[in-house]
Design a protein around this ligand. Structure first.
Ligand code: URA
Length: 431
């Protein structure tokens, strides 16, 4: 195989054979295909796409680039997993995990770091003093046995092709390409041994999929990849036209996830967490339906077993579960409503970028994260406000970055006279 021939075939709209894709992907992991050749191929895929058969072959090749896990075999249980396509203020797994585990279903999840303006679960968890994300696979399985849940960094041996490709796509404008997102997500879930998967496909301004049609098409592609691999997949299409919940920024999001596990979270985030938990429980080996899954998820929150699980899980990974141990930013400034009216829109992308500029995310791969900073969006779409009310609060390292944050968040809010059309967090469900 000559890499240039593979790139040329896709550039000209041709179709790859599974063998050619496998050689190309494995060659990339072995450094025989260079970054610039892989970037050129990704851009050719942006323009000419991949067929269903090619996307399946790509996913398969990515899985073959490393080890696979059999967590189900090790635990003797059916394994359920969840994944989000990435959004602003998305701390869903941190709240869903303890609820599902408190209901008796082990949840072991490999998570990633932030990508572009979207935050990563690992970065959020690392704002908890002492928390270790680098667990070996054996340690993760042992923790699943003894505690019932674990969220860890992706092992270098699991889908190394995705690790390398993900970092390359991030800096070559090739992230938002449907077959590359589908194969990236599904290769990780399939290699990690999930029998049933709940995917949260974010839709809107703060997501990679901007329209419902694009999100549906991505969801269908991932469901098809799951079907071909013999796994059950449900996709929740959820609103990312405003930040999820109120908190955006690492330690702030941990606090909000904990509030939600205690039953004191924001309405939109609570709804998503309970819905995703119910679906995971219905997929599990508990042999219950969705209604019973929802009832058990709500009961675990109400009777305190979910928060008790959160405590055990955080301690098991070396962290301090007390929210007062989380870092706090030295400067807090409120963002006042410029006039009376109704919140018509909050640009999720703009809020995500504002949080990144405060230091909550990375501009380059090696940037350190400031875990304390971020934004609390108190006013959400459809809320009535009076001039001077707190729309949001900026948590910053210094006065200058706080002032820039206030302006950015003010620009992200649109205050109107007419209430916007209302809809819930869940826009559609496909399976
Ligand atoms: N999440 C992933 O894991 N991969 C992508 O390509 C995009 C979001």
């Amino acid at each position: 195989m000559r890499a240039a021939d593979v790139i040329e075939r896709k550039r000209n709209g041709g179709e790859h054979t599974p063998e050619e894709l496998e050689e190309f992907v494995l060659g990339y992991v072995r450094d025989e295909v260079t970054d610039y050749q892989m970037a050129a191929w990704c851009m050719a895929v942006y323009f000419n796409g991949l067929s269903g058969a090619e996307t399946f072959a790509l996913t398969d090749a990515m899985i073959r680039s490393g080890d696979t896990l059999d967590v189900g075999g090790a635990l003797g249980r059916k394994v359920v997993d969840k994944h989000s396509t990435g959004g602003v203020g998305d701390k869903t797994s941190i709240a869903v995990g303890p609820i599902v585990a408190a209901c008796g279903v082990p949840l072991g999840k490999m998570s990633g770091r932030g990508l572009g303006h979207t935050g990563g679960t690992l970065d959020k968890l690392e704002s908890i003093p002492g928390f270790r994300v680098e667990l070996s696979t054996d340690e993760m399985i042992e923790q699943l046995r003894t505690v019932g849940m674990a969220i860890v960094g992706q092992s270098d041996r699991l889908v190394p092709a995705d690790k390398k490709l993900y970092a390359l796509r991030d800096v070559t404008a090739t992230v938002d390409i449907q077959p590359l997102i589908a194969s990236s997500i599904m290769s990780k879930k399939l290699a990690a041994g999930a029998d049933a998967i709940v995917l949260d496909v974010k839709v809107g301004d703060g997501a990679f999929m901007k329209s419902l049609d694009e999100a549906r098409s991505l969801a269908q592609e991932m469901i098809e990849l799951g079907r071909r691999a013999g796994r059950e997949v449900t996709c929740l299409l959820t609103d990312m036209d405003q930040p999820l919940g109120s908190a955006v920024g690492n330690a702030l999001e941990i606090r909000e996830a904990l509030d939600t596990v205690r039953g004191e979270g924001p309405a939109d985030f609570t709804e998503l967490v309970l819905d995703a938990s119910a679906r995971l429980l219905a997929y599990s080996d508990l042999d219950i339906d969705l209604t019973e899954g929802r009832r058990r998820a709500e009961a675990a929150v109400a009777d305190g077993s979910a928060v008790a699980m959160y405590d055990r899980w955080i301690r098991a990974q070396g962290g301090d579960p007390d929210p007062s141990a989380l870092p706090e930013a030295p400067v807090r400034v409120s963002v006042p409503a410029p006039r009376d009216g109704v919140v018509g829109r909050i640009g999720a992308l703009a809020v995500g970028v504002a949080a990144l500029e405060l230091g909550a995310g990375r501009r380059t791969k090696t940037d350190p994260i400031d875990h304390a900073v971020g934004i609390l969006c108190f006013a959400k779409r459809g809320d009535s406000v009076l001039a001077g009310d707190d729309l949001a609060e900026i948590h910053a390292r210094d006065e200058a970055s706080a002032a820039a944050g206030v302006q950015a968040v003010l620009d992200a809010y649109t205050i109107t006279d007419e209430p916007p059309p209302t809809h819930g967090i869940l826009l559609d469900v496909l399976s």
